[in-house]
Design a protein around this ligand. Structure first.
Ligand code: FDA
Length: 424
């Protein structure tokens, strides 16, 4: 089993024993668990304020998700960041940190380090070369400010020290040594991509100190299908289309991709953040045209045409034949003149409002983020300190804050990391 996923020992095992700071080999002002996006940003901010900072991570490399992000080019922020780009049980929680840390602050850092970048659709900013540039930027800032990063280190126990003692804070037992810290920051991220070191450690720590967790699930993740539609979708693997993906709550005009496993692409990933098991999803396959109207008009002007000839300009042939097979196979050789207007409307509806029910998602194996997490009502939105345990902080994805696709999750990591780094 994974040795680094050892859970934190519950408090009661230590009942009666008062941990003493003298047992600690080292003592720091700020101990940050998790050398990912939020942890490194917090570390550099606190170290720049003169705090002694140690970041520990059980992985053999810092920032693995930064490295794999944005297809290797890290979509590090977005020109337009609004609270509406985030979901969570408390929609207001993210506002304070986001207002105080706008995208230009990170862009300034990127420019300071001469990292070449470019804008893509919807204000998304990517590195020209490699995600490594962003990780190196953070590690350089940490090193310059004097924050240390210690890898291959797992946590075996966290013991709070009594508030009234001369040295308050925590004794943290790691696989290497026991460390005393005044402030403890949990920046261990979410559950997505377990092969990259993701664990539920942050949730365990939160629970140790009485925090509640909003049930977690995979977000920004492709949909899977098991029925006949699933077979058809798999047969179309590789085809992509500009669509509007929507449900009762939200709509996303974005590209969609058919894959061997289901539906992916930005439109589907975005909608997955707003999807609950058992719900159908809706896809407008030709957003620019009212297909019912087009078919009625074609019937009037070219009555001998077939439905598929009218629609051929909108789809690759394979997809068009698959849609025909699914939705109007009995009419495939009928001329428009012989099809009732209402039937044409129904075909139009299948194209402009294709309604299908996913059997699920690809799950944490491929998800970009985790929905749910530490309940934000129990954490300060200004400092990110726990309202239940003084000097304990939660930042980044471990919290119940999930961003859209498009650089928003990193923007949240930077913003929460900075806000916390300014007070620890
Ligand atoms: P993050 O995951 O960055 O860091 C957590 C750290 O904690 C890791 O280093 C981990 O090893 C460590 N850790 C975990 N458990 C531990 C334990 N028990 N003990 C010690 N250490 C532990 N976002 C975006 O805005 N733009 C993008 O382009 C992308 N692209 C992207 C691609 C892919 C494939 C994924 C999976 C994700 C993205 N994201 C993204 C999302 C983004 O990567 C994510 O939201 C942030 O990295 C979250 O930052 P955190 O600091 O919260 O966690």
């Amino acid at each position: 089993s994974e040795p680094n996923s050892t859970s934190v020992k519950p408090n009661h095992q230590d009942a009666g024993k008062k941990p003493s700071t003298s047992q600690a080999k080292s003592s720091v002002d700020v101990l940050i668990i998790g050398a990912g996006a939020s942890g490194l940003y917090c570390a550099m901010t606190a170290a720049q304020r003169g705090r002694s900072v140690l970041v520990v991570d059980h992985a053999n490399k810092a920032g693995k998700k930064i490295l794999m992000s944005g297809g290797g080019r890290c979509n590090f922020t977005n020109y337009v960041v609004e609270p509406e780009n985030f979901i969570g049980n408390n929609a207001h929680f993210c506002k304070s940190a986001l207002i105080r840390y706008n995208p230009w602050e990170f862009i300034g850092l990127v420019e300071k380090h001469r990292v070449p970048y470019h804008e893509r659709d919807y204000g998304q900013l990517f590195c020209d070369n490699s995600s490594k540039d962003i990780l190196n930027l953070l590690l350089d800032e940490c090193a310059e400010a004097g924050a240390k990063v210690q890898l291959k280190t797992s946590i075996t126990a966290i013991k709070p020290l009594p508030q009234d003692s001369d040295k308050s804070g925590f004794m943290v037992e790691t696989s290497k040594e026991t460390i005393h810290c005044r402030s403890l920051v949990i920046a261990t991220g979410g559950l997505s991509i377990p092969t990259m070191g993701a664990t539920g450690f942050g949730y365990e720590v939160a629970e140790q100190f009485g925090h509640q967790i909003i049930k977690t699930s995979a977000g920004l993740v492709p949909f899977t299908f098991t029925d006949k539609v699933g077979e058809v979708i798999a047969s179309l693997a590789g085809i992509s289309l500009d669509v509007i993906a929507f449900n009762e709550r939200i709509s996303f005009p974005r590209p969609m991709l058919f894959t061997h496993r289901g539906l992916s692409g930005p439109a589907m990933l975005q909608l997955s953040n707003y999807w609950q098991v058992g719900e159908s999803i809706h896809i407008n396959l030709v957003p620019s045209v009212d297909i019912s109207e087009l078919l009625r008009q074609a019937k009037a002007e070219h009555p001998k045409q077939l439905v598929r000839s009218v629609l051929s300009e909108f789809f690759p042939k394979k997809l068009l034949l698959a849609l025909q097979d699914l939705h109007w196979s009995d009419l495939k050789d009928k001329e428009l003149a012989n099809i009732k207007d209402e039937t044409l409307d129904a075909i139009g509806d299948k194209i402009n409002n294709w309604t299908i029910k996913p059997s699920g998602t690809e799950g944490y194996r491929t998800a970009e983020v985790t929905r749910g997490g530490v309940v934000t009502d129990e954490v300060s939105s200004k400092t990110f300190e726990s309202k239940l345990q003084p000097n304990l902080y939660f930042i980044g994805e471990v919290l119940d804050v999930t961003g859209w696709l498009g650089g928003y999750n990193f923007q949240w990591a930077w913003a929460s990391g900075k806000a916390c780094g300014e007070v620890v």
